[in-house]
Design a protein around this ligand. Structure first.
Ligand code: R5P
Length: 329
């Protein structure tokens, strides 16, 4: 990512702030950038309204990165978004030179098409809300839909956690080249599955999924040969776990080995999701920490995206500083 000349330059100071959605990741990003975590107090007023306070002196004239995924749970997700906007506004008014929104998991991205009459385009509404804040960049990881980037006014940096997840899978899967098959559990995951397959040097199979309700899915058929192979089912997120469980059942019915691995970037994990995977015999689960989750308590491997985020923030900040030097030497 960095050009060869970059390493010689002193890295810019970046003030990292975190809202209440994932303070652990915020602290890790700050550590990766070699900075202490900035002051950002989040609380609630007695009536439940969001209260945010930063240190103006800390952000004045600085590049600021606000780490805040938009997590699951209706109240939490709405609050996280609003909290992010409040922190950004405080930074703007405190004289920050530039503000990056670091939204490792971008909620509402699944509402990216108007498939039924009477429903909103949730992804567009949320990106327009973000557009009201003066973000220099919005940094995200494996967004569910390209619509986010198209609807956002600020440039979006879309990072991929696949290399990190593949590295973790490599560590977990002995003799990996022999008999793997990467399975996309629905058509939307095919692009992701191809990327895993290229890195794991494995073939791809695709499950044709039909969603019957928010939590229920069924698989109509599997395209590709899974017989005698060890499936790695990959998706951008695990929410209720229904998709992974259904895809695992379908590939096994087609003759795959029962030693199934599931990998996903975002551990959205509604209550009971990990139990659902476990009850279906899916014990090898690899996810990232784009969201605070209970995955590791269930024995899942959780890969950190902190270094990936920090590298991207540093890269953009350096480019910005360099451009400023050209304009104002
Ligand atoms: C949907 O298009 C997504 O990519 C995931 O397949 C979905 O969100 C997974 O949800 P669940 O775990 O509830 O089946």
């Amino acid at each position: 990512m960095a050009s060869s000349g970059e390493s010689a330059e002193a890295p810019p100071n970046i003030v990292v702030l975190t809202g209440s959605a994932h303070p652990v990741l915020g602290a890790e990003v700050a550590r990766e950038l070699g900075m202490p975590l900035g002051v950002c107090r989040t609380a609630r007023f007695p009536d439940g309204e969001i209260q945010v306070e930063i240190d103006d002196l800390e952000v004045e004239g600085e590049d600021v990165a606000i780490v805040q995924p938009t997590p699951s749970g209706a109240a939490a997700r709405g609050d996280a978004l609003l909290e992010l906007l409040f922190i950004a506004d405080a930074c703007h008014r405190g004289g920050a030179a530039s503000i990056f929104a670091v939204v490792p998991y971008f909620g509402y991205a699944r509402q990216d098409a108007r498939k039924l009459s009477g429903v909103p385009l949730g992804a567009r509404v949320v990106t327009r809300l973000l557009g009201t804040a003066p973000f220099e960049r919005v940094v995200t990881v494996d967004p569910h839909s390209d619509v986010l980037g198209a609807c956002l006014d600020a440039p979006m940096v879309s990072l991929s956690a696949v290399p990190l997840l593949v590295e973790a899978l490599d560590g977990e899967l002995a003799e990996r080249e022999r008999d793997l098959v990467v399975v996309a559990p629905d058509v939307g995951a095919v692009r992701l599955a191809r990327e895993y397959a290229r890195r794991l040097r494995a073939p791809v199979a695709v499950a044709y999924k039909v969603r019957t309700s928010g939590a229920e899915v069924s698989i109509e058929r599997i395209a590709g040969d899974v017989r005698g192979r060890r499936p790695i089912i990959v998706d951008d997120m695990i929410t209720t776990g229904g998709t992974m469980v259904a895809a695992a059942g379908a590939v096994q019915a087609e003759g795959s080995l029962s030693d199934v691995t599931v990998a996903a970037t975002h551990a959205v994990l509604t209550p009971g999701a990990m139990d659902r995977l476990r009850e279906a015999g899916l014990r090898r689960v690899v996810v990232t920490d784009t969201l605070a989750s209970s995955a590791s308590e269930y024995g899942a491997t959780v890969v950190s995206v902190a270094r990936l985020l920090a590298a991207s923030i540093r890269h953009v900040a350096m480019r910005r500083r360099r451009a400023q030097l050209v304009l104002h030497p």
